[in-house]
Structures are given as structure tokens and as C-alpha cells.
Design a protein around this ligand. Structure first.
Ligand code: FES
Length: 305
């Protein structure tokens, strides 16, 4: 049976594995945690990996100028190129600079740079799509994938080091064979329990701290310290402010405003939250709760959250 649009918020070991979801629980003999960074399990992969954001854009191109193949540059920042398609025709997909998730206070600048670089160097039309791609790096640049000896029936796949098309495919083959009782020869390379340096992930802090509500432009967001805790404030384009907790529900780090995606990004392990606090990307599984503004921050008639 397949359950779609069902977010798993917990994985517990009972007789079988029990998955907690917003719509009830599911029993399973085998569980594959393919959540980019595992949201559960006995090994803290959040300390053994580092989240990395990658700027990606897709430009309209005519079929004659579509490139043949995938290409990656050797300069910094590295650019990579490949073709794609959507319902309106061929696209050139360009990836540009990268940075640790939540460690950059001006993500929009990376998009401006990538757009300018592409237009300078390649024949492209309008921008059709833009997005921030997130993946996790590992100390030895090799993914962790496979079964966990301490948790029979639990499998993980993480740390694709931005080579998700090939590493994700390899992890899928490996785990499928393992569940069926086999193992590819190369499985030890991906051993999810191999020794790696401890504390590879040093965490980080918010890049969005401001002192006053007036420091936040319409359409922008920032973090303010209320004394009893930090709040994340986002203003709609008409200036209407909304406040939620700035403490990531995974392990409490303070989030950074992503001014390109208009999301709250965690600088520790890469969780991403919507402006209303909803979880877009784990390892957090709970939303950022709403917060009230102190009364003296609001103009007459305003009462947002
Ligand atoms: S993702 Fe771990 S503290 Fe935010």
C-alpha cells in the first residue's frame, strides 16, 4: 500500500517499526529513511554531515542551442550545466555557487550572480525556474547508505555530497538488495557505520539579527531578540508583520532568513521552514510555533499572531 502526502514525524522500534504520521501510524518490517538527513535512528548523522545549499536556475533555450551532455567547470564558484525540459520546451539548467545552509544572509545575491554569469557566457532566454538545492556533505565525500546494525530493519541514505543523481541511484540499489538478503560488492564503501571524524558539523548562528521591526523591509524577514527568546519576523509585501519562534524545532539553533526562497533556514543541520513556520525540509519534523508581538510593537488595530 502506498500513502502519499503523509509526513512521517517519528520512527519507533516496537515489535516491528512504527511510523508516526499526522494521519495515524504505520507498522513496517523495513524502513528506509530517505529524508535527505535521517529524521530518526540511533546514529546522529547531523554531527557527521554538513548541509550545503546550491543555487540552481533553469533558462529557456531553443532546441538548436540545447547542449549535448552534462558539464562541470573547474573554477570557483563551480558551475555545472545540463539540459532539461518542462511542458513549455527545452531548458538549460545551470548550477552555481554553494554555501552552508543558513550561513548566508543574502541568498538572492547568488541568484543575481548566476543569472549574470549565464547571460554573459551562454545563449539563453528568460529564467523559467529558480531554486536552492540542498544536500549534505560527509567528511570523506562518500555517502552513508545501508542497514544499521543496532537497528535491524532500519536503513538510511544520506550525504550525497551534491552527486545525488549517481549516489542516490547507488544507495537505492544497495538498500533494495540488502532488504532482499543480498549485498553489492561495493556496499562497504557506503558503510553507514564507518568511522569518520567526530563533530564534523560545527553548526552556526543566524545571519539575520536586527534590533527593530523598522529594520525589516516589506517582503523581508529577520530575527529579533525579545529578551525571553528570539522571534523570526517576516513582513508581507504590504508591510504586514508575522512572528514565529526563531528556535529550530530540531535542536534549537536560531534560523536565518532566506531572502530568495522566503524561507527560514537553519544553520545547524539544514531544516527549512515556511514563513508560517511549517516544515519544508527536515531533519525538523515539527513547525516553528507562532509568537505574539509585544503590544507596544504594534500600531493601533494590528494584532498579528
Ligand atoms: S536543523 Fe538541527 S537545529 Fe535546526
Amino acid at each position: 500500500m502506498i500513502f502519499e502526502d503523509t509526513r512521517v514525524t517519528g520512527v519507533e522500534e516496537k515489535a516491528d517499526w512504527q511510523l508516526k504520521t499526522g494521519r495515524g501510524s504505520i507498522q513496517a518490517k523495513n524502513v528506509v529513511l530517505a529524508t535527505n538527513l535521517p529524521i530518526a535512528g540511533p546514529i546522529p548523522y547531523d554531527e557527521r554531515t554538513r548541509p550545503r545549499s546550491h543555487i540552481a536556475m533553469a533558462f529557456r533555450v531553443d532546441s538548436q542551442s540545447a547542449i549535448d551532455g552534462m558539464f562541470i567547470g573547474i573554477d570557483e564558484p563551480t558551475h555545472s550545466l545540463r539540459t532539461g525540459n518542462d511542458q513549455d520546451g527545452p531548458l538549460l539548467i545551470v548550477l552555481g555557487s554553494k554555501f552552508p545552509t543558513g550561513h548566508d544572509g543574502d541568498v538572492a545575491a547568488h541568484f543575481r550572480d548566476l543569472e549574470a554569469w549565464t547571460q554573459r557566457n551562454l545563449e539563453v532566454g528568460d529564467v523559467a525556474w529558480r531554486w536552492v538545492n540542498e544536500d549534505y556533505d560527509t567528511p570523506d565525500r562518500v555517502p552513508f547508505a545501508g542497514a544499521l546494525a543496532q537497528a535491524p530493519g532500519l536503513y538510511i541514505a544520506t550525504g550525497f555530497n551534491a552527486w545525488g543523481i549517481s549516489n542516490g541511484t547507488a544507495a537505492g540499489i544497495l538498500i533494495a538488495q540488502q532488504i532482499l538478503g543480498g549485498l553489492p560488492d561495493w556496499a562497504p564503501v557506503y558503510d553507514p557505520m564507518r568511522k569518520v571524524p567526530r563533530k564534523f558539523n560545527k553548526g552556526g548562528d543566524s545571519q539575520s539579527l536586527v534590533h527593530s521591526l523598522d529594520d525589516i523591509e516589506p517582503g523581508g524577514g529577520a530575527v529579533m531578540n525579545l529578551g525571553q527568546g528570539k522571534i523570526a519576523v517576516w513582513k508581507e509585501d504590504d508591510g504586514t508583520p508575522h512572528a514565529i519562534s526563531a528556535s529550530c524545532t530540531h535542536k534549537g539553533c536560531t534560523v536565518t532568513w532566506n531572502n530568495a526562497d522566503r524561507t527560514w533556514d537553519c544553520p545547524c543541520h539544514g531544516s527549512i521552514f515556511a514563513t508560517d513556520g511549517g516544515v519544508i525540509h527536515g531533519p525538523a519534523v515539527e513547525p516553528l510555533p507562532s509568537r505574539k508581538f509585544p503590544a507596544n510593537w504594534l500600531r493601533e488595530g494590528e494584532d498579528h499572531w
